[in-house]
Design a protein around this ligand. Structure first.
Ligand code: ZN
Length: 90
């Protein structure tokens, strides 16, 4: 295993903007589609494990996706980007 979540150069990682329709809801919570293997990647697993459910072989309740034969090397991270107005001096 070359890719470990603690050993990633995130500067060179691919990034994608999250559109509203990229977010799916299941009875287990919200998830995205893994950009590599297409399996569900629940927000909990992205944040806590850095991996999709295909890698973790963890079925998402209510989602009809066969994780049995999924192999995935993607390491995942969620980011929140922001800018804010500088404090105005009055
Ligand atoms: Zn994956």
């Amino acid at each position: 295993m070359a890719n470990e979540p603690n050993d990633i150069n995130w500067e060179s990682a691919a990034r994608m903007e999250l559109e509203p329709d990229a977010i799916h809801e299941s009875s287990d919570g919200y998830y995205f589609d893994c950009p590599e293997c297409g399996s569900p990647a629940t927000i909990d697993n992205i944040i806590e494990e850095g991996r999709c459910n295909g890698y973790l072989n963890e079925q998402v309740e209510g989602i009809d996706f066969d994780l049995e034969n999924v192999s995935c090397s993607a390491v995942l991270r969620l980011e929140m980007a922001y800018t804010a107005e500088p404090e105005s001096e009055t």
